[in-house]
Write a protein that binds this ligand. Structure first.
Ligand code: ZN
Length: 118
């Protein structure tokens, strides 16, 4: 709906609000994830395909990437903590198993000659 409350055709609305930045077919397929910023000209260019990118779109892409990266880092930290705890539990279990094997070996030595450990 337009500002004056009239219903407008969606195609003409899209045309009127379409980004002034034009891209080639290859550039249209590019996701534009890496940018080269020219602070003097105040332009942003995709380093992959060379397309001129709207600065707000670039900022949103970088912001979304950063949020995703922060999520991965938080997950990796919690996974590291979980795995460190698991390693400590496994080392304690290894100690208990070796101790049980040594006791069993001593009992077998007493009975006569069987070898569990080298
Ligand atoms: Zn691109």
């Amino acid at each position: 709906m337009s500002d004056d409350g009239k219903v407008i055709e969606l195609g003409s609305w899209r045309e009127a609000h379409q980004s002034p930045i034009r891209t080639s077919g290859y550039q249209a397929q590019c996701r534009h994830t890496r940018f080269l910023v020219d602070p003097k000209l105040r332009t942003v260019e995709c380093t992959h395909c060379g397309a001129t990118v709207d600065p707000v779109d670039a900022m949103l892409t970088v912001g979304n990437d950063w949020e995703r990266y922060a999520g991965w880092v938080a997950h990796a930290k919690s996974e590291r903590t979980r795995l460190e705890k698991l390693v400590l539990e496994l080392k304690a279990e290894e100690k208990r198993v070796k101790s049980r094997l040594r006791r069993a070996q001593r009992r077998l030595d007493d009975v006569g000659g069987w070898k569990l450990l080298e």
